[in-house]
Design a protein around this ligand. Structure first.
Ligand code: ZN
Ligand code: ZN
Length: 264
């Protein structure tokens, strides 16, 4: 199983960067975790987006799903035979629509967003849309995907992807320090954890993100093999972030960057 970081920016893009999006592939199967703003262009540099099998969205903050819109435009104007913009995506090997798995109760919200420009069903017309059951498991080719609610400002789900050889990565989505993610990621080969903050939010009762050290503490509690810090602004020194996380977690730590590849 291979992870490729498509975008790692927080709610605003790094200079030339993209927001939350991660490509996970195993053999001929590839899935996307999140599709934040800026991700579609970055994804095009890495692979033919039309060749994806499925997309999973962790939560409905803009930086995690907004580029579903340009993604859908590209597909409707190429795969569906309307070459309006003369896009040149290869449709070779694409026999069925890409599956889009939104969080529970996300269909209405996606409809409202696209309804602003009077195309409320554009995502449903383009992708094979469904809402995932957080208590269930989704199978895409050889990959098994499961979910766990984590504390954030809105309902948010961490996502686990297990490969056929038992290797497993966990994407923590956006979350404040919590035990649910550590439990969900227990023993995983890789934890991709957000480290948005240089300092914890001042109000302990109104937290939604973590510092690098807090991400390291989750990794230590989970006993994962390695940690990648993500959702981290380019204003934060990556060397400092790694040292902070390393103060809590003994395993390898890296800061995500666009096009970074990790083999599990
Ligand atoms: Zn975010
Ligand atoms: Zn968020």
């Amino acid at each position: 199983m291979k992870l490729t970081v498509v975008g790692k920016s927080p709610a605003w893009q790094d200079e030339g960067g993209a927001c939350s999006s991660y490509l996970v592939s195993e053999g001929d199967t590839s899935i996307l975790l999140d599709c934040g703003n800026g991700a579609f262009g970055a994804l095009r540099k890495l692979t033919d987006p039309a060749g994806l099998d499925a997309i999973f969205i962790s939560h409905l903050h803009a930086d995690h799903f907004f580029d579903l819109v340009p993604f859908a435009f590209s597909l409707t104007n190429s795969l569906r035979g309307r070459e309006v913009y003369g896009l040149a995506y290869s449709t070779e090997g694409v026999e069925q629509p890409i599956e889009l798995y939104g969080p529970p109760a996300s269909g209405g919200a996606l409809e409202s967003v696209c309804g602003v420009w009077r195309m409320p069903t554009m995502l449903f017309d383009t992708f094979e849309f469904s809402e995932y059951d957080p208590g269930g498991e989704v199978t895409v080719g050889p990959l098994k995907i499961t979910f766990r609610a984590v504390p954030h400002y809105i309902e948010t789900w961490a996502i686990s992807v297990a490969g056929p050889d038992g290797k497993r990565l966990v994407f923590g989505a956006d979350c404040s320090p919590n035990e649910a993610l550590a439990d969900f990621a227990a023993g995983a080969d890789l934890l991709i954890a957000e480290a948005t903050l240089a300092e914890p939010e001042p109000d302990p009762d109104d937290r939604g993100h973590m510092t690098p050290r807090e991400a390291g503490e989750v990794a230590r509690a989970a006993g994962v093999s390695r940690l990648v810090l993500t959702h981290i602004p380019d204003q934060i020194d990556p060397g400092w972030a790694v040292a902070e996380a390393g103060a809590a977690f003994e395993g390898p730590v890296a800061v995500a960057e666009g096009a970074m590849e990790l083999d599990l």
